[in-house]
Ligand binder design. Sequence first.
Ligand code: MG
Length: 247
Amino acid sequence: MFQEAIKNYLHTHNYPQINLKAILFDMDGVLFDSMKNHAVAWQEAMKQYGMRMTREEAYLHEGRTGSGTINIISQRERGYQASEKEVKEIYQTKSDLFNSLPKAEPMPGALEVLQKMKNSGLTPMVVTGSGQLSLLDKLNHYFPEIFKQELMVTAFDVKYGKPNPEPYLMALQKAGIHANEAIVIENAPLGVHAGVAAGIFTVALNTGPLPDKALLDEGANVLFPSMQAFNEKWDTLYQEFLNNNPL
Ligand code: MG
């Protein structure tokens, strides 16, 4: 099954092989079981500004920068975009609400798979639309000595954010590698879209309430039902990448 997915990817992009060097991880819903909290915080923050946003919508917009999401909802609910000042206020309100909720736990299986990758000499990186200031501290706390700040892509680095390929292209640039030297790990349809649009082999983890189809329709190359399932199959998948490499 993996072999077929790899073949299809190589054929589509006209690459001779995947020469894996870096693994580009989305954060929310991939490394942390945080999407439920984000959905609640989004719904409540928008309500405080007189706008309606359902929890399901939070999953559909997942991956966008905060301002991207706020502007789409504002346009729909009020007929105009929020000012820069208001975007900051709303995003702050949402962040405060998020931080007031019980802390999201790391996704089961995440630390194990990260350690396996690191032990194989691969470089795990984080590519997130999140703009939390304490991001690196949080990552270092739960996944010690895995991630490097200079290799992170966050909301502060990008102009467009997902679903634009920009964040993933920026990650390739930061690592100094090509699209066929990385894979993307994503849980959100817009994140999968961004990874695929960047020309990178994209692994979808369906850790939320959306149907698998939402991720497959965006072009996910393979799909796992959870981070734990991905962790359990990682050695097999990695071996398939190596097998497809003629060098
Ligand atoms: Mg995500």
